[in-house]
Design a protein around this ligand. Structure first.
Ligand SMILES: Cc1cc2nc3c(=O)[nH]c(=O)nc-3n(C[C@H](O)[C@H](O)[C@H](O)COP(=O)(O)OP(=O)(O)OC[C@H]3O[C@@H](n4cnc5c(N)ncnc54)[C@H](O)[C@@H]3O)c2cc1C
Length: 402
């Protein structure tokens, strides 16, 4: 059996090795259009490669995927985080879990993952062809015909692992063979706020905020980082991932409402503030921060609430307290534009999952064709979820089940 894998990235290598595991006699060709293999793995996770996430329950893990969640939940029963850890361990690569559950090679370098794949590829005799751009795909009797540099090549089975593409035209070759395409858009970006004074607090992070996007149903919670261009951090990235389509529709021009305390109950906040003002009645407001937010932010919010920070706590009127509470819980900012997150960005959209059998990753509209990785309309939030989706779909595709 002659098998072609289109794409020499994470999903392509994992799929190739899965083919060899399940069909040891198969002749496997990895066709990579560029001169570089595994280039995203190299730069991933800030050069450390966030291989997966220590989340061991399929139903829980699936919740981290704005697109493809339902389908992945099934796929994780075949290959999940436990399998990923074991797969690498069996090949001499130990993964470590960090405090936020992201998992990296203990060596802290993506080269470990790359070398592992290259060694395995050599060991299992995968034939790697670089500078090999597949431009067309067609059916030829019971085989699949791939066009490379104007020449046609026949294969018995083909796995498409060509990754995400930011432009719809990049998926034309899939559309031509009958696949529905969900138009691609960026996911995982940070917010630009060119006219907001909060950027003066760049570098400051807040443990747990709640972000709401006005005019939508988007609500996300988590840490937030103030940057020199606006806002970033897990809460913003999650909002960008879950809101990839809504925010694109708004032209990346929208208002967000931030609850700086991560506490939804206003009465609870009022109680904390009142108790604090009573216990520290002689202290200046700006020097007496009762909440778990950085003191520079506390001072900023006092000014934003038009309060005099020099006032002492017992002079604070109820009206002033209400103003402060409103800023703490419903602080509004204008977002104008986005910036791609350097650590990890992905494409939302791609080959529509309705045309793919998730049990086999086989195309429902084109015979002997399989899919793996980011070409599919699957994407996760940050934290190792995108690679996990690549390993899972690639493993299943490599079984080449009909
Ligand atoms: C900067 C950055 C950091 C990231 N860090 C992480 C992280 O730490 N953890 C995580 O989980 N995710 C991370 N991601 C996301 C993750 O890298 C991707 O989800 C993952 O690489 C997808 O794998 P893939 O094999 O499907 O696609 P890719 O890695 O994009 O590989 C596809 C390959 O196919 C080739 N190709 C495309 N078209 C053709 C064609 N027609 N013919 C031949 N070859 C073709 C491409 O050149 C490419 O080499 C990061 C992404 C970025 C951009």
């Amino acid at each position: 059996m002659k098998v072609a894998i289109v794409g020499g990235g994470a999903a392509g290598f994992f799929a190739g090795l899965s083919v060899k595991k399940h069909h040891s006699n198969a002749d496997v060709f990895i066709l990579e259009k560029s001169s570089k293999l595994l280039s995203k793995v190299k730069i991933s996770g800030g050069g450390r490669c966030n291989v997966t996430h220590a989340c061991f329950k399929a139903s829980q893990l699936a919740k981290y995927y704005p697109r493809g969640s339902k389908e992945l939940k099934k796929a994780f029963s075949v290959f999940n985080v436990n399998h990923t850890i074991a797969w690498f361990k069996e090949r001499g690569v130990d993964l470590k879990r960090e405090s936020d559950n992201r998992m990296f090679p203990v060596t802290n370098t993506s080269n470990t993952i790359i070398n592992c794949f290259l060694d395995e590829a050599r060991k299992h005799n995968l034939k790697i062809q670089k500078d090999t751009f597949v431009t067309r795909i067609a059916q030829e009797k019971r085989q699949v015909k791939l066009t490379i540099d104007g020449f046609d090549h026949l294969y018995d089975k083909v796995i498409i692992a060509s990754g995400g593409t930011p432009k719809l035209e990049g998926l034309d070759w899939m559309k031509k063979i009958g696949h529905s395409i969900v138009s691609p858009l960026p996911s995982l970006f940070t917010f630009n706020m060119p006219n907001e004074g909060i950027t003066a607090l760049q570098g400051l992070s807040v443990k747990n905020v709640i972000i709401r996007v006005q005019g939508t149903k988007l609500v996300q919670e988590g840490p937030l980082l103030i940057t020199h261009w606006g806002m970033s951090g897990p809460s913003v990235l999650k909002t960008s991932a879950w809101g990839a389509r809504d925010l694109a529709k708004l032209g990346y021009d929208f208002k967000i409402q931030i609850n700086w305390l991560g506490i939804s109950n206003e009465d609870e906040v009022r109680k904390i503030l009142n108790r604090h003002c009573y216990n520290y009645d002689k202290k200046k407001i700006e020097n007496s921060n009762p909440f778990q937010i950085p003191s520079r932010l506390w001072k900023f919010l006092i000014v934003k609430s038009e309060l005099d920070g020099q006032k002492i706590n017992h002079e604070l009127s109820n009206k002033e307290k209400n103003k402060l509470i409103n800023t703490l819980l419903n602080d509004v900012f204008q977002v104008r534009g986005k910036t791609t997150f350097k650590e990890e960005f992905v494409t939302c959209g791609g080959v529509d999952l309705k045309d793919v059998d998730i049990k086999t990753m086989q195309s429902k509209v084109f015979p002997n064709l399989y899919f793996a990785g980011e070409i599919l309309n699957i994407d996760g939030v940050t934290g190792g979820f995108n690679f996990q989706a690549a390993w899972t779909t690639a493993y299943i595709a490599g079984q080449l089940k009909s």
